[in-house]
Design a protein. Structure first.
Length: 593
């Protein structure tokens, strides 16, 4: 334990800084902080030794340690994931073990696998699905209702949930004192992997058992963009509802388009389940649990304008969303997924839980060794023959979206398969450089990519911040520039008009012209291995989905043609180009005329 909140530490710090020493790292700025010789993340304490440091150097060293630790954890977790899942897959059948993080996700180093990305993805056994998600948000240690849902599904529907379904439910139904930890859960996989069965088990359990836990009735609504799709879950539960009706436990409305179940007896008396087709109209009502299928086709108006407001007065709300990947029109899905990627990169639990089974970014989608990442039920209910047939169909885009869980234009990425994943590095040192900043087309998100030259002479890129507000963006920019006087700012004209005067001399504007000028050059540097990164998920997703188009005077990555946001990729191009100019520290990668 690093006992810095003690009289002894405060005395040691006071003595260290008593004579106003110069920073031991940069040897020029006055020291204002006591820096650990052995980093805390490596088990060090202040008793191992302290050195005088200025605030910028201390902050830079801390950021480097965090990034290095994250890169090492990602590589270790990825290397152990499949082995851990295969070795412990039988533990999923013990429902009681699922109340805490599942044993099959505990790695040999004692860490819990709570995130997964494509940096070190390995091919799978052909014809076998991967139980663990490729992308998953971190979560706080908590209990989960997954055991109750699994038992109910087994006893009422005669179905044993697959390991991947249990993993998804384990995170989505995490709770503290019976109240949901996450108000939104997003579960994404390829088609026909069992999402409907998972939703059916959740609805049945929530109607019959959750009221006894909460001590009140539960209101549940399921929806999809088409009524027929919305009633798929209902059809899965029809036999159960008939039994309830025959025994007087529930009153059921069977009319198509008005399907509804009302509980008449027991602790759940007054609970209701209703099927509604998602439209732009307000749904009305107050719902504890909303289940939305095929989020890719649900509009922003439906999710944020109709469904979410119906839960604002609920004590423990849950919006449980399932989907395959979408395209550039899937605005609501894209916003939630971008939020989840930010949570994953920050490695800090949030209100949103996401678990995604999808092909690793940058691999060949026709390589059968990777199909199991998007199809966890492969080898159980999905056959390799069926996927091969789907891959041979004329509409390749539908195969990529529906069965590989890839956003439709991913095959047109400006990066060859696997190139960006291969550019990961653990040499994340360096200071100064450029902070390139951009905003989403609709100003729903602001990102900053920090590019600098490391000790190996390579350009290294890291997501410095991702925020949903203009005010949050400027707070992040000011913190970065104040912490490192050698850092410069590259920002778009629409944002630059608000740049504080004290930063003007360290700021330049960039726009479409610079993108056309430098996109081809930076693409070549990436292919040559001269631009590297720390393995961040958001940056990787943006880079791999960016689509290259011809432009007057060159080529450019297109926000309009790409299947989702690419702000991080745009900033990567600008930041890498600026830091590679002659006159920058250490070795320049390219020259500009």
């Amino acid at each position: 334990m690093d006992d810095r909140d003690t009289t002894e530490y405060r005395k040691a710090r006071r003595e260290l800084l008593a004579d106003n020493p110069v920073c031991v790292w940069c040897k020029r700025r006055p020291a204002t902080e006591a820096d650990h010789i052995r980093p805390v993340d490596e088990g060090g304490t202040w008793r191992d030794g302290l050195v005088p440091s200025c605030k910028p150097c201390n902050a830079s060293r801390g950021a480097t340690q965090v990034n290095r630790k994250r890169a090492n954890q990602q590589q270790a977790r990825n290397a152990h994931l499949n082995a851990a899942l295969n070795e412990n897959s039988q533990n999923f059948l013990n429902f009681e073990n699922l109340i805490t993080p599942t044993p099959s996700l505990v790695l040999s180093d004692g860490n819990v696998q709570d995130r997964h990305d494509s940096v070190c993805i390995q091919p799978l056994t052909v014809g076998v699905g991967c139980d663990g998600p490729r992308l998953v948000t971190p979560r706080v240690p908590s209990e989960s209702f997954v055991g109750g849902v699994a038992r109910w599904t087994e006893s009422a529907l005669g179905r044993t949930l697959f390991p991947w379904q249990l993993i998804a439910l384990d995170g989505a139904l995490a709770h503290e004192d019976g109240q949901f930890v996450h108000s939104t859960a997003l579960i994404s996989s390829g088609r026909q992997n069992g999402k409907t069965t998972m939703l059916s088990g959740l609805i049945g359990w929530a109607l019959q058992e959750l009221p006894a836990i909460w001590g009140r009735p539960v209101r549940i609504m399921s929806t999809a963009h088409e009524l027929n799709l919305a009633t798929e879950v209902w059809r899965e539960l029809e036999d159960t509802f008939r039994l309830w009706e025959e025994t007087g436990f529930a009153k059921v409305v069977w009319a198509y388009g008005r399907n509804e179940v009302r509980i008449l007896d027991g602790p759940g008396k007054g609970s209701i389940y209703k099927v509604v087709a998602a439209t732009g109209k307000k749904h009305g009502g107050t719902w504890d649990i909303i289940l939305g299928d095929e989020l890719w086709a649900l509009s922003e108006e439906t999710i944020f304008g109709a469904l979410r407001p119906s839960q604002i007065a609920v004590q423990s709300p849950l919006m449980f969303l399932t989907s395959t990947a979408g395209d550039e029109s899937s605005k609501a899905f894209l916003k939630l997924r971008e939020q989840a990627l930010g949570i994953i990169d920050a490695d800090t639990p949030g209100d949103l839980f996401m678990a995604e089974w999808s092909l690793p970014s940058g691999v060949d989608p026709l390589d059968e060794r990777y199909w199991g990442y998007a199809n966890p039920a492969l080898g159980r209910t999905i056959s390799l023959k069926g996927l091969r047939s789907a891959a041979a169909a004329p509409d390749r885009g539908q195969f990529l979206r529906a069965h590989c869980n890839l956003w439709v234009a991913a095959a047109s990425s400006w990066m060859p398969p696997g190139r960006w994943a291969a550019a990961t590095t653990e040499q994340l040192d360096g200071d100064g450089g450029w902070l390139a900043v951009d905003s989403a087309i609709d100003d729903s998100k602001y990102v900053g990519i920090w590019c600098r030259i490391n000790s190996a002479g390579e350009v290294v890129a890291t997501v410095k911040f991702a925020t949903e507000s203009n005010a949050g963006m400027w707070q992040a920019i000011e913190a970065a520039l104040d912490a490192d006087p050698k850092l410069s700012l590259a920002i778009t004209p629409g944002l630059n008009i608000h740049t504080p005067e004290r930063y003007k001399r360290r700021t330049i504007e960039w726009g479409y012209g610079e993108m056309v000028k430098y996109t081809g050059l930076i693409r070549q540097l990436i292919l040559e291995g001269k631009v590297r990164h720390d393995g961040g998920n958001m940056l990787g997703e943006h880079v791999n989905r960016a689509v290259l188009v011809k432009a007057q005077g060159g080529v450019v990555i297109s926000s309009q043609r790409s299947p989702g946001p690419i702000e991080c990729a745009r900033c990567l191009v600008i930041g890498s180009a600026l830091v590679s100019r002659p006159g920058q520290t250490r070795k320049a990668a390219i020259a500009f005329g």
